[in-house]
Design a binder for this molecule. Structure first.
Ligand code: NAD
Ligand code: DAU
Length: 354
């Protein structure tokens, strides 16, 4: 596979995947396709934007005609699909946008890929449609429940997870109905550099830095399973190349944290790095009204991926959180740009000369 589209490559996880592929595969042509919504930030990719095997295309994944044309012009053999509306709180306020992008956008990519690949003499030979999904489609666990496996039935609760579940079903349907070589992976919560500061970890690091309140939903007892984003990107690379068609792989690092415990680790780390006394920022913790339908616990069993493809997370959580906190504190300009909205001018300046 040589010509690869990565959708959502200007977002958090997508930018790590684009960087990995552009640096690791100089003979591939990597096309980063992104609409640049509020969550898309080309400044995330400054270090690789001049590489000869990289191209950025500003496009909405719902634009079927444009994507079909791109498939033909660029002779696309592989699609790694990350573009999505990804924030649960936004989905509660505006579910339509989530259905449009996550469901209709995914269907639009699938249909364009089907028409293009079926028109080629070799058909689906050597082609791949890899869809990046979430553990949230499995629903919510109680504290004593077994972890999510690939056999866990889907039971989404939020509009976000309902839209991702629907898109996962469409991807599998295109394999089962038309024989398209598809793969789906379901990953746990990612953390690391370049995450939009509306999500728990970057939001709280930024708030501690500015001595702003830390809004803990409910009692802070919900549990999430955290994976360093570069470990997710490495898993995506491995699965894209070595994963079996029509299979599902769960991705996670067996790393569950109660929100309030994680928040205390972040406070301790930021205070230490900033030279504050231990416990200095604990007073910022502010318990607020819970997220509606807040899933109690996610915990993912990635044994299949470890056993069949030999993947394992490279970072211990303590190391990952230290690295992450330091990255946000060392990249205050990035955080300030994103929180002020200035980052959205980057595309115009870099790509249109305006
Ligand atoms: P993100 O919100 O940081 O980035 C999403 C990207 O998609 C942005 O660059 C945005 O501009 C782009 N996009 C949105 N709508 C688009 C459209 N209509 N057309 C083209 N581009 C569009 O998201 P993320 O956290 O990097 O997540 C990436 C993918 O991974 C998503 O599919 C998400 O469901 C999945 N996922 C995320 C996590 C996580 O913890 N963040 C965990 C598991 C799975
Ligand atoms: O599990 C994978 C999912 O993880 C991905 O599919 C989603 O795209 C990603 O956004 C993430 O969803 P969460 O809802 O788990 O992430 P978030 O960072 O929004 O919240 C993490 C936990 O922290 C959750 O229990 C809600 C809580 N929280 C979040 C915010 C933003 C707070 O207590 N306060 C906050 O201000």
């Amino acid at each position: 596979m040589k010509n690869i589209v990565i959708t959502g490559g200007a977002g958090f996880i997508g930018s790590h995947v684009v960087r990995l592929f552009v640096n690791k595969y100089p003979d591939y042509r990597i096309i980063n396709l992104d609409k640049l919504t509020y969550a898309g930030n080309l400044a995330n990719l400054k270090d690789i934007e001049d590489k000869p095997n990289y191209k950025f295309v500003k496009m909405d994944i719902c634009d079927f005609e444009a994507f079909y044309q791109l498939m033909q012009e660029e002779h696309i053999d592989g699609i790694i699909h990350l573009a999505a509306e990804s924030h649960v709180d936004r989905s509660i306020k505006d579910p339509f946008t989530f259905a449009r992008t996550n469901v209709m956008g995914t269907l639009s990519l699938l249909q364009a890929a089907k028409l293009y690949w079926e028109s080629l003499p070799e058909g689906y030979e050597g082609k791949r449609f890899y869809h990046i999904s979430t553990d949230e489609v499995y629903g919510s666990l109680e504290l004593n429940d077994e972890l999510f496996t690939e056999q866990t039935p889907y039971s989404p609760h939020s509009p976000y997870s309902a839209s991702k579940a629907s898109s996962d079903h469409f991807v599998r349907a295109f394999h089962d109905t038309y024989g398209m070589p598809t793969i789906v992976t379901n990953c746990s919560n990612n953390y690391g550099p370049y995450q939009f500061p509306e999500k728990l970890i970057p939001l709280f690091i930024n708030n501690i830095r500015h001595r702003k309140p830390l809004p803990v939903y409910g009692k802070g007892e919900n549990v999430r399973d955290w994976l360093y984003v570069e470990d997710h990107a490495r898993a995506i690379d491995l699965i894209f190349h070595k994963g079996k068609v029509a299979e599902t792989y769960n991705i996670g690092g067996f790393n569950e944290w109660k929100n309030i415990d994680l928040i205390k680790v972040m406070i301790k780390t930021v205070d230490r790095i900033l030279g504050n006394a231990e416990g200095h920022s604990l007073d910022l913790i502010t318990y607020v009204t819970d997220r509606p339908g807040h899933d109690a616990r996610y915990a993912i069993d990635s044994t299949k991926l470890q056993r069949e493809l030999g993947w394992e997370p490279s970072l211990q959580f303590e190391e990952g959180i230290e690295k992450t906190v330091r990255w946000y504190l060392d990249n205050e300009a990035w955080l300030d740009n994103v929180t002020s909205g200035d980052y959205q001018r980057y595309y115009d300046e870099m790509y249109t000369g305006r």
